[in-house]
Write a protein that binds this ligand. Structure first.
Ligand code: GLN
Ligand code: ZN
Length: 750
């Protein structure tokens, strides 16, 4: 029995890689210094794994920026615009971020979420002219480095089908690259074999989706065609079950399979019975994406007989790469001691595997019993339980959450109350987060300034933001979100049942890391979360100020979530807490309330056949936040992505009075979906792209609104930017909004 890792967090326990990258990009670190420091970081990652009991060290899971980009570099899939002076490190960063310490700038490759995680990968760009040019220099060098640390190592590659599937462009058409891609992989296998590699891990997580038949066929062909020579291949799947494709997989010419036993229920016994009896079976038994201690005793009991059956053909691992887990719980000194005792980060997860292996090998369960008892204490702790919350949530009937008045009735009531012009103008919530604002927040956090001073300073920012919006003559104002650094963290900190770590960082993309809240218990508000700021903002103006909240699905998706009750149950608890805030805002005079749900789409299950069930409760949870408000209270929601087609019925089901979406980059073409599905409520298609510092002209915006009007009648059309403005500077923001308001006024006169 062997313990291995599919991958380990590369950032380091203190986010070392983040600072290396940022120093290198800013010219504070030389290229040689950067390369050498990365080498040290890899070494310390391996040493940490080795010390924690990992017997086969992964190699190639480290990346300067992203592991999919690593594959792109190894395959030499480099579009012309990135090539520049040819320096490969520069090329790599140009692809990732459009610029590098030397050489020209250009537009970066797209970035998108890695399956249903919050990690973003760089989308490979393949076109008719793509040729593959294998270059394993870096990986081969890392193999040498790794062998200096541990005798047993295993390089990791993203598989050809997953690589292709995740690349930009149309589904099936992409498959025509496959023959060349297979040759490229063949060459990689040969080079790795020549370098003395014994085991190679190939990641094919798309096997957990419900793939179209051509892709499944392509899988079987590919994995029969690849000649692995003396290499042994461990095919790694994760994030969902692969039971539905086990009959295909068993025909692959490989030597082992890794399965994720945590993400979904899976029939391990059947899988073992079906696969060839010389294959290694790697069981992903420890959750690589969450932070709870494993119930090792339960895991032991579940897999004891399989372990006996498989003997030395059994490998143990976390369910997926530990990339998605914070590094080391031992660093946490401020966490409540009881909560801390329930947790395991990457290092602790490796140690769990050691305990499990010992028990499986010896049958001695004393130690794992003790360990399990500590983690399981969470399930009976007073900390986690709030009977009132439980009872409230239990009484909800998902099918009955509907505002009592129809949208048509509400629209009349709201217009009577608000008296807005045609083409009402608004923004998505945040205004520029200046250095000053960030400093105010950090001084308050570090207790340099007291609560009273903090309140005054933030109110000053709110006042300025309101004044600027009045000067711009926007119709619906916002307070600007100066008090928030993050739309989920801000609410998480004000909820019971949610904890925060000091160092629980997880890579989001490149040098960006996030520290997700840890939802450990029943959720409720501690007190009102936004009311004071919104009330203050409203006191400064006679125009309506739109209150700004984050929705339950988004809070859920961007957190570590307790696993002792269903995600649905947790979401409903969060929804109730948000509903309490909504009610309080309304009672205190808010007439417009926005509840952002940018995560509703990314939280979709990987298998399409599970979408409906998810969307059913997810949209109900959203409606629950505002089901009790008066007809005249206007509920907005915002989503910032552009592929609505497949989930349009669910978008309609949210029943928001006004929905603002991102559409400007597609030239409004995406509104097609709204027209085709006869979207019934008000819609604010973003009329300019806030991701760019360019100021859109009045003409440009007018033009886009007119395009939008081809899909949505003007009586239901709002005018707003694509997304929040927090990443922009004031100067361009004011210019852009002035043009936006002018465009709306112009159209009103026509
Ligand atoms: N209200 C948020 C903002 O304006 C919305 C952010 C988002 O869509 N991700 O910043
Ligand atoms: Zn957005």
């Amino acid at each position: 029995m062997k313990i291995h890792n599919l991958g380990f967090p590369r950032i380091g326990a203190k986010r070392q890689l983040k600072f290396l990258l940022e120093n290198y990009w800013a010219g504070r670190l030389t290229k040689e210094g950067f390369i050498e420091s990365c080498k040290q970081q890899r070494k310390s990652n391996w040493l940490l794994q080795q010390k924690s009991g990992i017997e086969i060290l992964p190699v190639g899971d480290f990346a300067h920026y992203d592991q999919v980009l690593n594959a792109t570099m190894m395959l030499g899939v480099i579009p012309q615009r990135f090539k520049g002076n040819g320096d490969l490190l520069d090329v790599e960063f140009r692809i990732a971020r459009g610029k590098a310490p030397s050489g020209c700038s250009c537009s970066a490759s797209d970035m998108t979420k890695w399956f249903d995680t919050n990690y973003h990968y760089i989308v490979p760009e393949l076109d008719e002219n793509t040729e593959f040019n294998v270059d394993l220099t870096s990986l081969l060098a890392e193999i040498v480095e790794a062998k200096a640390v541990g005798t047993s190592i295993k390089p990791v590659l993203i598989g050809p089908l997953t690589y292709l599937y995740l690349s930009a462009g149309d589904g099936d058409k992409k498959l025509h690259h496959l023959p060349q891609l297979i040759s490229a992989y063949q060459e990689m296998l040969e080079q790795l074999s020549a370098a003395g590699v014994e085991w190679l891990q190939i990641d094919e997580p798309i096997l957990g989706l419900e793939l179209p038949s051509q892709w499944l066929l392509a899988f079987t062909n590919t994995y029969q065609m690849l000649d692995k020579g003396s290499l042994k291949i461990l095919l790694a799947t994760y994030f969902s079950s692969i039971d539905h494709v086990i009959n295909e997989i068993k025909q692959f010419n490989i030597d082992g399979l890794h399965i994720d036993t945590v993400a979904e229920s899976t029939d391990v016994e059947n899988i073992v019975r079906t696969l060839p009896d010389h294959w290694v079976i790697s069981l992903g038994v420890v959750d690589g994406r969450n932070v709870w201690k494993n119930d090792l005793l339960a895991t032991y009991q579940k897999y004891k007989s399989i372990a006996e059956l498989l003997a030395d053909r059994l490998w143990l691992a976390p369910s997926c790469s530990l990339l998605h887990s914070p590094v080391d719980l031992d660093q946490e000194t401020d966490l409540d001691i009881e909560i801390k005792s329930w947790l395991a980060f990457a290092k602790q997860k490796c140690q769990e595997l050691v305990l499990l292996k010992a028990a499986l090998e010896t049958g001695d369960i004393d130690e794992i019993s003790r360990y399990s008892a500590i983690g399981q204490a969470r399930k009976h702790s007073d900390y986690c339980e709030d009977k009132t919350v439980k009872q409230r949530a239990e009484h909800i009937n998902v099918d009955e959450i509907q505002r009592p008045h129809s949208f048509t009735q509400r629209k009349v009531a709201q217009q009577r109350k608000l008296n807005l012009p045609d083409y009402p103008t608004t923004t998505i919530g945040s205004f520029p987060q200046t250095g000053d604002i960030r400093q105010i927040r950090s001084q308050w956090r570090n207790k340099v300034i007291d609560e009273q001073e903090y309140q005054q300073l933030i109110k000053k920012e709110i006042k300025q933001t309101i004044e600027k919006q009045e000067a711009l003559e926007l119709d619906v104002l916002v307070h600007g979100e100066a008090e928030r650094n993050d739309m989920v963290e801000y609410f998480g900190e004000q909820l019971n049942g949610v904890a925060f770590s000091q160092f629980g960082w997880v890579q989001s993309y490149g040098s960006r890391c996030v520290k997700p809240p840890i939802i450990f218990g029943d959720v409720s508000r501690k007190q009102s979360m936004t009311l004071d700021w919104i009330k203050y903002a409203q006191s400064l103006t006679t125009k309506p100020v739109k209150a700004m909240l984050t929705g339950p699905i988004t809070i859920l998706s961007w957190s570590f979530v307790r696993d002792d009750i269903s995600r649905k149950a947790v979401t409903f608890q969060i929804a109730l807490a948000i509903a309490d805030e909504v009610k309080e805002l309304e009672e205190n005079g808010s007439v417009i309330i926005q509840i952002d749900e940018p995560a509703i789409r990314e939280a979709m299950p990987l298998k399409k056949s599970h979408w409906q069930a998810y969307l059913h409760w997810a949209t109900a949870a959203f409606r629950l936040t505002s089901v009790d408000v008066k007809a005249e209270t206007q509920i907005h929601s915002h989503m910032c992505y552009s592929e609505f087609n497949e989930i349009m019925p669910a978008i309609i089901n949210l029943d928001a009075d006004v929905l603002t979406v991102e559409t400007s980059r597609s030239n409004m073409q995406l509104l097609n979906a709204f027209e085709q599905h006869a979207y019934p409520n008000d819609l604010g298609p973003g009329v300019y792209d806030i991701h760019s510092p360019n100021v859109p002209s009045v003409e440009w915006i007018t033009n886009l609104i007119q395009k939008a009007q081809q899909y949505i009648p003007k009586e239901r059309l709002w005018v707003n930017p694509d997304c929040g403005l927090k990443t922009r500077a004031w100067q361009e923001t004011e210019l852009a909004l002035a043009n936006m308001v002018s465009a709306a006024k112009l159209l009103r006169m026509r």
